[in-house]
Design a protein around this ligand. Structure first.
Ligand code: C6P
Length: 421
């Protein structure tokens, strides 16, 4: 009989690309379950950073010399990669920012402060990250705009009925998280956008936790803006992007003033450059943008459909194991049998134990998870808890790691229960 070998899993295929994972922490092999906070970077991204500094570094859009030309070409090529990755209609619709937080602030300060007036309504949800709450608090304080928040259902889903109730002709902006970093909930973004547009409202999608994990098509979603951070999608820190519909971006005043974003400057006034430069004042994060381009090449080579499918498989396995632990509560929707219907993360509490204690003990076994409020304090308040422990997965995590994690978690719970007995 011919010997058949099982096809390697995605993690087995890519694991060697992430040398950081190949280390011991506190005497045990590192088990990294904190990619929702920040993912690791494959060698291709680290090499792109180094290659740029070794051979091409210069400022962009400024010099007539060869290095400046190379840096500019590579920087703009990275923008083209982001454009294609989210299926934007034009590279002019992609503005590089430091991160998603800065991208939301750009919209809040440029569009929000000029377009909104007292009584206009902004719809957010109760599961927003602080990055999509605080900028709108500032806008509301300054303009008199009113904030409304869509509830999360008992099952942890975006409450569409409540959303429909909140929507009205007063709604000028719907700014919602695409995938919750705490509940793992997937917002029905297309429907949300369609309903908002029927009321003449704009739509911003915080896609920080979706862009790294699933195919994204901004034209299909029909959002007006979408934001993401490079460091959660195998790219470096210090780079993120804002997608905005061309006409809308064109209608927005600059966010920051300075070099690069101008056409002509006089002593008493200036005229502004076209998109996307208008929103990129000063020397940008050139190396980081180029490395983000390398991260996109890397993800594309695997295929976003495959990444999504693999994560669903891992989600189903993680939940099967966690659901079997007595006294453990997971927040957010349960996955369907095939792991679909939610993100590949689990925020949980264990009866009688503080999440920080759990994480500290797990760290002694080389296991990295996040604890605290994950910058969703209002959501935690709604849930009546001060914090959760969160395990979040990415392409390089394996079933065996889930087994180890669950075994260590059970051991830790038992240890504390024995202490309390
Ligand atoms: N969430 C987490 O551990 P920045 O910091 O700008 O790169 O990303 C902000 C942000 C915005 N929206 C969502 C849904 C996010 O998850 C995050 C970052 C990290 O969950 C750090 S708090």
């Amino acid at each position: 009989m011919p010997l058949t070998t099982a096809a390697p899993s995605l993690a087995e295929e890519v694991r060697a690309d992430f040398p950081i994972l190949n280390q011991d922490v506190n005497g045990k092999p590192l088990l990294y379950f904190d990619s929702a906070a920040s993912s690791h970077k494959p060698m291709a991204v680290l090499e792109a950073l180094q290659r740029y500094y070794l051979t091409d570094h210069s400022n962009v859009h400024r010099g007539a010399h060869t290095l400046s030309g190379r840096a500019t070409d590579a920087y703009e090529a990275a923008r083209e990669k982001v454009t294609a990755f989210v299926n934007a209609a034009s590279f002019k619709e992609i503005v590089f920012t430091r991160n998603a937080t800065e991208a939301i602030n750009l919209v809040a300060y440029s569009w929000g402060m000029t377009e909104l007036k007292a009584g206009d309504e902004i719809i957010l949800t109760t599961m927003e990250h602080h990055s999509n709450l605080v900028p709108w608090h500032i806008v509301a304080e300054r303009t008199g705009a009113v904030l409304k928040h869509v509830r999360v259902t008992a099952e942890g889903e975006f409450d569409l009925d409540h959303y429909r109730e909140l929507l009205s002709e007063k709604t000028k902006l719907v700014s919602v998280v695409h995938v919750s970093n705490t509940l793992g909930t997937i917002t029905p973004a297309k429907e949300v956008a369609e309903l908002a547009h029927q009321q003449g409202s704009k739509v911003l999608l915080d896609a920080c936790q979706s862009v790294p994990h699933m195919p994204i098509d901004v034209q299909d979603l029909d959002c007006d803006w979408l934001v993401a951070s490079g460091h959660k999608m195998c790219g470096p820190t210090g780079i993120g992007f804002l997608y905005g519909k061309l006409d809308l971006l064109r209608s927005m005043p600059p966010f920051l003033g300075g070099g690069s974003m101008i056409q002509d400057v006089f002593l008493d006034h200036s005229t502004y450059a076209d998109l996307p430069e208008r929103f990129e004042a000063g020397t940008p994060a050139i190396a980081e943008a180029i490395a983000l381009g390398a991260a996109i090449d890397y993800l594309n080579k695997i295929g976003m459909d495959r990444i999504h499918a693999y994560e669903q498989e891992m989600t189903a396995y993680l939940f099967e194991k966690l659901n079997a632990i007595e006294g453990l509560t997971i927040y957010g929707p349960q996955p369907k049998a095939d792991g679909s219907g939610r993100a590949s993360l689990a925020a949980f509490t264990v009866k009688g134990l503080h999440p920080n204690d759990l994480a500290t003990i797990l760290d002694q076994s080389g296991i990295a998870i996040r604890t605290g409020h994950h910058c969703t304090q209002p959501l935690h308040r709604e849930l009546g808890i001060s914090g959760t422990a969160r395990a979040s997965l990415y392409i390089y995590n394996t079933r065996e790691e889930i087994d180890t994690f669950v075994a260590e978690l059970k051991g830790t719970i038992e240890f504390f229960r024995n202490l309390m007995d």
